[in-house]
Ligand binder design. Sequence first.
Ligand code: NAP
Length: 314
Amino acid sequence: MSEREMYDVIIVGGGPAGLTAGMYAMRAALKTVLIERGMFGGQMALTKEVENYPGFPKIGGFELCEKFLEHAKAYDLEIIEKEAVATEPGVDYHSVRLVDGTILHAHAVILAAGGTAKKLQVPGEEENFGKGVSYCATCDGFFFRGKVVAVVGGGDTALEDALYLAKITSKVYLIHRRDAFRGSRILQQRVMAEPRIEIIYDTVVSRINSDSSGVRGISLFNKKSEEQRELATEGVFIFVGFSPNNQLVPAGINRNPTGYVLTDEKCETNMAGIFAVGDLRQKYANQIVLAAADGCTAALAAAHYVERRKGAGT
Ligand code: NAP
């Protein structure tokens, strides 16, 4: 186990919230390190096109990630590409433990670990992941060119990705468990105007059926008529929401019943000096612009916190 020097701020996560926090922390002259275990950009990197980030009427998700990363690196932000495995709150300082045993210390920690796609939890889902079951249209849509696919969900992700898949595939069944979508009105209008999308309301997927070469179809159950039916498809894209990656959130930090971290308006948790930003934190909506705003808020608040602590001689 090795101990590293003391930082002002440790940021865990390199999505839009973490990278923005990194930029603002560096601009505030804080000694800062950002830890990322995998791909920079988080969910943004999995998005085909972003049309609602101000200043960019239309930009590829991956391209926007590169811009965030480039911008943060322009301030010489130190980045460690390793997995963080624990956040250990302390009195004099907080610590973050990495997978290789390294322990980093800092006055403030900004948790920006984002979230992960939820599973349907039906038979056939887990074993067919990568064999027809997907949680990322941008990553896997190409494999279903000219084929029939099913999209499950009724939020913005399901609507947006159904539209994306309609451009590549021959037909998209959009299966939603209710008779009204949760996703935004503009996306609903586009989905309804797309002839290659057929909407199946009030219906849940009860099973994903496969043979040795992968998914062959899905079993559906209509909650109103109570009818069951089989639908032939080789691809099932599941977009039924998102869970916060809260494994690194220390016990004792307040969360809501679904696991999102509760913060004040500075993005600070109930533990002084520990902040939560972006999709990890409970807030009205999850958007790239809001994640970036959280990163800014937390870094500015962390700067005041660090200044106060240093002023107090701790
Ligand atoms: P979401 O808004 O939570 O929607 C999840 C959808 O899946 C809901 O329609 C829900 O149905 C359905 N669902 C949940 N569990 C299910 C189950 N077990 N079986 C069948 N259906 C199930 O999630 P999201 O679409 O991933 O969006 C997450 C956040 O990102 C949202 O705030 C969204 O606005 C934002 N986002 C924005 C954009 C954009 O603005 N361009 C794009 C993507 C995501 P019910 O409606 O019945 O609950």
